[in-house]
Design a protein around this ligand. Sequence first.
Ligand code: ADP
Ligand code: MG
Length: 700
Amino acid sequence: MEKTNVPELFGSLVFDDREMRARLSAEVYTSLRKTIDENVRLDEKVAEAVADEMKEWAMEHGATHYTHWFQPLTGMTAEKHDSFITPSKDGSVIMEFSGKELIKGEPDASSFPSGGLRATFEARGYTAWDPTSYAFIKDHTLCIPTAFCSYSGEALDKKTPLLRSMQAVNRQALRVLRLFGNDDVHYVKTSVGPEQEYFLIDQKMFEKRTDLVYTGRTLFGCRPPKGQEMDDHYFGVIKPRVTRFMEELDLELWKLGILAKTEHNEVAPAQHELAPIYTTTNVAADHNQLTMEIMQKVAKRHGMVCLLHEKPFAGVNGSGKHNNWSVSTDTGVNLLSPGETPYENAQFLLFLCAVIQAVDDYQDLLRLSVATAGNDHRLGANEAPPAIISVFLGEELTGILNAIKNDTPYAGIEKVQMKLGVHALPRFSRDTTDRNRTSPFAFTGNKFEFRSLGSSNSIACANIMLNAAVAESLRQYADELEKAEDFQVALHDLIKRVILEHERILFDGNGYGEEWVKEATEVRGLSNLKTTADAMPKLLDKKNMEMLIRHKVFNEAEIHSRCEIMLENYVKTVNIEGLTMVDMVRKDYLPAIEEYLYTLSRAVDSMKSVSATLKCRYEISTIEKLTDLTDNILTSVEALEQALENLKSCKDIFDSANTVRDELLPCMSTLRGYVDAAEMLTSAKYWPYPSYGKLLFSVQ
Ligand code: ADP
Ligand code: MG
C-alpha cells in the first residue's frame, strides 16, 4: 500500500479552523470564531464573506454542489443537493454561493416526520447553518451542517434540541462555577466519545436474506453449532478482508476530520467496534452519523454489508454504542476530574452529585432516550445493561461518598474525617473504576459512560436528556448556594443531602442478575421500563415536561410530537418485521418444507416397494415432526396475520404501541420458534435462506 501522510490527509475535506484562518480576513475570522465558541449571533456580512470562501475552497476540492445536511427525526441524515451554477447573460454559467444560501435553506419538508407539528398546508421547513460544526465535502458536494425547523420555529430535528441542551448545561454550570470563584471561565461544553459496534457480513449472503434486506435483522434462523461461546473473537486477530475495510474506513473518516482511533473485534463473530477520540457533543453527534454512513459505504466497496441493527442475530450479542460523556470549561478543566486542590475537589464532588441526581430524577428520560424496537432486544438480555438505569461509581468514590454521608473518616486519605473544601481527594485511576461492564451508567475515571445506547441510535437523543437533567440538578444547586450565608457549610450540607437522597441509584453489583431486578424495583423503587411502548409515554409526564421546557430544550408541542414520532417509529418497524415474516413463511419456508416432505414421502414409497418390512425410521419420524411443525407454523402465521390486522384498528398511537408489545411481538416470537425448529430438521438443500453459520462466518 502507498504510504499515507496522515497529518496531511486529516481534515483535508473539512472547512476547518485552519482553512478559515488562512482564507478569511482577520475581522471575519474573529467574528465567526465568537459565534462558534460563545454562541454569539452571526452577522450577515460575515456570512457573505464565509460563503464566498467556502465555495472557493469547495471548488478547489472538486465540489460542484452544496447541500444543507441535517438530521430529521427519521434517525438518519438528509440532504438535497443544489449546484453552485448561476446563468449569466451570455449563456454561460458562473459558480455562486451566497451568505443567504449558507445560512438558510428551504427544503420541501412534507415527507419528514413532524408528529403533527407541521400542518400539510405549510409543508415548508427551514434549515439553518450550525457554524459550530464544520462544513465538509462528501461525494463532490459541500455539506453544511444545519438545524431543521418548521415554519413556526419548532425543531424538527435532533440537532436543535441537542444544541439547546448544551446551552442549558452551560448556563447552569457557569452559575455554579462562579460560586467557586471561577471567574475566568467563559463557557462550559459537554464532550462525547461514542464507541460504535457493528457487524460485517458478506454482501451475497445478505442479499439472499429477505429479512436482513427489509428490516436489518434476521427474523428467523437457528443457532449455528459455534457461536461466541469460545470467546475467540473478542480482540482476536482481524481477518484480512476486515483489515482492508478498516484501513479504508480510517482514511475516509480522517479526511472528514473524524478522529477514528481504536478498532477491534467484538465479542460476537463478525462483530467489530470503532471508537473515535472524544470531541464537543454536537460535533461528536454529527461525526457519529457520518461514521455510520461511511461504514456502510466502505463495506459495500469490499463486497460486505455493515449491519448497524441492535440485534441482527438472536442468541448472539447485539450491537450498542457507549456514550462517554464529560463536561469541561474553555480554560481546559474537566469538571468530572478531581483536581489538585481541596477547592477543586469540592467542585468535582458537586458536579458528580449533579450527575447522580440527574440520573436518579430522570431515569425514565434516559431510558426512553435509547428506546427503539431494535434496542428493546438488547437491554435486559444479559448482553447489554438492563433496562433499569443505575450508576456505577467504583470502590474509591463510593468510599468517599459514604464518608461524607456518615461524617466518618475515609480510609483512603490518612483516616481523616471528610470535610469538603479541606481535604484533597485521591485521583481515580481508570483501573479502579471501570471493572463493571454490566452497569448502564458508569464512572470511568474522569467521565461517565452511558452504555445503553443502541448501535443505530443517533447519540443526540441520549445527550439531550442527559444534558437537560444535569442542567436541572445544577440549577437547583445554584439556586440554593447563591442564597447561602456560609458557602462552605451550605455546600457540605448540600452534597451530603444529595448523597442521602439519591444513593438508591448507586449500584456497583452485577446488573445482569435476577436479584438486582428484584432489589431495584421492589426495594429501591427504581423504574424498569422494559420496552419502548412502556418507556416512551413517560416523556409526557408532568415532571419531565416541566424540566425540559424550563431549560428551553423543547417546548410543549415539540415534546408531544417527539413522543408520537418515536412511538410511530416503533410501531412501523415491528409492523414491517411482522409483514416480512408472513411473506417469508408463506412464500418460502412452508413451500420449502413441503417440498422436502414430498421428497421424504416419495422415498418411503420407493423403499417400501423394495421391501414392505423396511421401517424407514428417519423418513417417517422426520415427516411426523415436520408435519406437526407445519401445522403449528400455519396456525402461528394466521395468528400473526390477525395481530397485524388488529394493529390497523387501534385508536391511537399508544394503543398501537401496546398492541405491538402485547400481540405482535409475542406472535412473531412463537412463529419464529416453530420455523427455527423446522430448519433443524430440513435438508439444507431445501432450506430457502442462508443459515446463521453462513451469515456469521462468511467473511474471511
Ligand atoms: P473503553 O475501555 O470503554 O473501550 P476507551 O479508552 O476506548 O474506553 O475510550 C472510550 C471513549 O471515551 C473514547 O472515545 C475516548 O476518546 C472517550 N473519552 C476519553 N476521555 C473522555 C472524556 N473526558 N470525555 C468524554 N469522552 C472521553
Ligand atoms: Mg466503553
